[in-house]
Every structure is written in C-alpha cells, then in structure tokens.
Design a protein around this ligand. Structure first.
Ligand SMILES: CC(=O)SCCNC(=O)CCNC(=O)[C@H](O)C(C)(C)COP(=O)(O)OP(=O)(O)OC[C@H]1O[C@@H](n2cnc3c(N)ncnc32)[C@H](O)[C@@H]1OP(=O)(O)O
Ligand SMILES: O=C([O-])CC(=O)C(=O)O
Length: 377
C-alpha cells in the first residue's frame, strides 16, 4: 500500500481501535448496537431511560426497588443554584442553546466543583438531573422573559424535560416518545464527543471540564447538530416531489444531506427503525400530511442516489418537532441523554487511565535554514 493511501485510510481514525470499552458495541457486522450487552431494540422497547442510565452508569440493569430509588434520587437533584440561574439570565436570547449547555455545565463546575474522584457518580447524577433545567430556564427567560421553576412533579426525566420545554404537562404519547428518544441517544461507543470526553478525562482533568469538551464536540452539524440541520432541510420542502428534486439538486452540487450516513454503520443505523416508527406515530397523531412524507421522500432519494441511509438524527428531527420542541433545543436534548454515556466513559477511562496522545504523520516542509526577518523576501 502506498504511503498516501495509508494516510487517507487513517483520516478521521476510521476503523482504528483507539482504546477498550465494556460499555457499548456499535457497528458489529455493519449494524447492531448494544449497551453493556443488551440489544438497543430491546432496551428501546422495554426499558425506561432511567433504567438505561442506571445500566450505563452502574453496569447492571436495576431491580424494581433500585430503579424506584434512582428515579427518586434524580428527582431530588433538579433544582439549580441561584448563581447558576443568574449566569443563565445573562446569556443573550440570540445564543445557541448548545452554548448555554456548555456554559451551564461549566458554571455548575465552579459552584459544585469536583474535589476528588470519589464523588464522580454523584456528579453524573447531578448533571443528568440538572441539564433539562439549565436548557429550559435559559430558554424561557432569554426568549420569553419568564423565570420558570426548574422542578416539576414529572417522575421521569423524559416527562420533566418535555414539561419544562412546553411549560405544561405533556401528552402521555409524547412523554413515551421522548423516553425512547433518550434511550436511543444515550450511548454510542467512541463517537467524536465521547472520545473528546475521554481525551480530557485522561489528563486527569475534572468531570465538568471533560463534559464541557463533550458538549462542544457534539454541537457540530457532522455530529449531534445534525438533528437541527435535518429539520431545517425537511422544512424547506412543501411536498415529497419538491423534496426529491431539491435533494437531487443538492447532491449534484456536492452538498451534504444532514441526518444521513454514518462513520461506523455501513448498512443501516439500527436506531433509525425505532425513531422512524415514532415519527410516523406522532405524524398520524398530529394529522401531519407534509413533514413525514417529505422525510420519506428524502430517505428514498438518498438511498436511490447514494445508497445512504438515515442515521438517528434524521427522524429524531420530525419526532421532536411533532412534540412541539423548538428546533434549536434538539441538540441540547441529545446532551440531556448522552451525559449518561459520557459519564460512563469518563469513569471507565479513570479506572484504567493512560494519557491519550497519538502521533501525527508529518507532511510539512523538511528541515530548512532559518532566514532572519530582514532577509525575507
Ligand atoms: C448522532 C450522530 O452524530 S450521527 C451523524 C450525524 N451527522 C450527519 O448526519 C451529518 C451528515 N453525514 C456526514 O457528514 C457523514 O456521513 C458522517 C460525518 C456522519 C460520516 O462520514 P464519514 O465516515 O467520514 O464518511 P465521508 O464523509 O467520508 O463520506 C463518504 C462518502 O459519502 C458521502 N456522504 C456521506 N454522508 C453524506 C451525506 N450525509 N450527504 C451526502 N453525501 C454524503 C461523502 O460525500 C463521501 O463521498 P465521496 O466518497 O464521493 O467523497
Ligand atoms: O457514533 C457516531 O459517530 C455518531 C453517533 O451516531 C452517535 O454519537 O450517536
């Protein structure tokens, strides 16, 4: 193999095992996703998000009494410190909510710092319980001038997050859809944001710094930001025919279609089957006659033209939209879920740590004589 080919294959570290994990397998035989050995389809159909959070953070599915205690514990951690609310109130309404998540996490780290690594499970629970409040407190204050209570009587995190966003008790159907969505978004092996968390963790930095790195990495449209970009795309079209033509034109211009393709899966994203069913269900429930058919037309066009399949972000977009979630809160909701996977990886990294520091293949100029500034032409 030529030297150039080797570099190309390693671009983006695709296919390289960059470490070991007992948390998740993803992409085995081109598809497949397991959290700690449990198939994602089964977890999405049978477990609540809190059960999955417990599984990821503590290693095993909880018993009924462990689950009840865990749900109660998370409910007790929802209130935000006054100083954090003050900072959130100073972030302009024009900010992207992902900047708010990053800042909120960072600020909480100054108020409730990690003094030693013995409290890492507590910090994971705290962030899990607090992220929906950080998102919604800022959103209602900055965009609508209202100070909302970040404590709701919704028992589950899905219901709590949705209640906070909508400002009212959500429909049971929407609560269920949100719960499944959080299960699907919770964990995905060495994806870019989790890898960023592990790199920061491996320097023996603190919990909040590592999670802040994860949030910043998730924000980009090639990763978590794709759910918002997918919504913007879907909303551009008013009919399936227009969508098919529009997407073909975009592909002809070599534009990327957000919500399609994947760095690991080569056949399909197993999470898509589940989220697409929910999108369809919510479309029927809301009487939608445009967004879902447009989404399917984009899916068909992408498959026919490029053999590219939707990833989790594509049908998550319409699913969230049908629930009434504003588009720029889609990626923050991803944070509310992925904090579980990030925290699990952080703790796994700490348990068997070595600084992550790969080499680079140098492709710059060979060694050359230094030219004093007066002689540079
Ligand atoms: C939850 C998540 O984070 S899932 C990922 C969310 N991100 C997106 O949906 C963004 C859109 N998708 C993409 O950009 C890519 O598919 C990625 C980044 C997810 C994975 O990309 P990679 O493994 O690096 O593949 P890469 O970008 O090299 O694509 C391979 C080929 O398919 C094309 N391709 C891949 N995805 C897309 C897409 N969404 N739209 C159009 N073309 C695409 C590339 O242009 C490239 O074509 P070429 O060989 O002619 O240059
Ligand atoms: O694994 C990836 O590259 C992206 C992804 O699907 C995720 O993080 O859920």
């Amino acid at each position: 193999m030529s030297e150039k080919k080797q570099v190309t294959n390693q671009a983006g570290l695709r296919g390289v095992n960059a470490g070991r994990t007992a948390i998740c397998t993803c992409g085995v035989e081109g598809m497949g996703l397991n959290y700690r050995g449990y198939d994602i389809i089964e977890l999405a159909g049978k477990s609540t998000f809190e059960e999955v959070a417990y599984l990821l953070l503590k290693g095993e599915l909880p018993t009924r009494s462990q689950l009840n205690a865990y749900v109660k514990r998370l409910r007790g951690l929802r209130e935000l410190p006054g100083a954090l609310k003050e900072v959130l109130e100073r972030i302009p309404g024009t900010a992207h909510p992902m900047d708010v998540m990053r800042t909120g996490c960072s600020m909480l780290g100054t108020l409730e710092p990690e003094a030693g690594f013995d409290r890492q499970q507590d910090i994971a629970d705290r962030l899990l319980a607090a992220f929906p409040g950080i998102m919604a407190y800022w959103y209602h204050y900055a965009r609508h001038g209202r100070r909302v209570d970040t404590v709701t009587d919704e028992p589950t995190l899905a219901g709590h997050a949705l209640h906070l966003i909508l400002g009212r008790t959500p429909k049971p159907l929407h609560r269920d859809a949100m719960d499944v969505s959080l299960v699907l978004y919770a964990e995905h092996e060495f994806n870019a944001s989790t890898f960023a968390v592990r790199v920061a963790t491996a320097t023996l930095s603190d919990f909040y710094s590592a999670i802040t790195a994860g949030i910043g990495t998730l924000r980009g449209p090639l990763h978590g930001g794709a759910n918002e970009a997918a919504m913007a795309l879907i909303e551009r079209f008013t009919s399936p025919e227009e969508a098919a033509e529009g997407v073909k034109a975009m592909l002809a211009r070599k534009e990327k279609i957000m919500g399609f393709g994947h760095a690991v899966y080569s056949i399909s994203d197993p999470r898509n089957v589940v989220i697409k069913q929910w999108s369809k269900r919510l479309a029927e429930d809301t009487g939608d006659r445009t967004l879902f058919p447009v989404s399917e037309a984009i899916e068909k066009t992408m498959w026919d033209a490029k053999r590219l399949f939707p990833n989790l972000d594509f049908y998550s977009a319409s699913t969230y939209h049908f629930m009434g979630v504003p588009t720029d809160l889609f990626t923050p909701l991803f944070v509310c879920s992925r904090i579980t996977g990030w925290a699990a990886h952080l703790m796994e990294q700490r348990a068997d740590n070595r600084l992550i520091r790969p080499n680079a293949e140098y492709i710059g100029p060979s060694q050359r004589a230094y030219v004093p500034i007066e002689q540079r032409g």
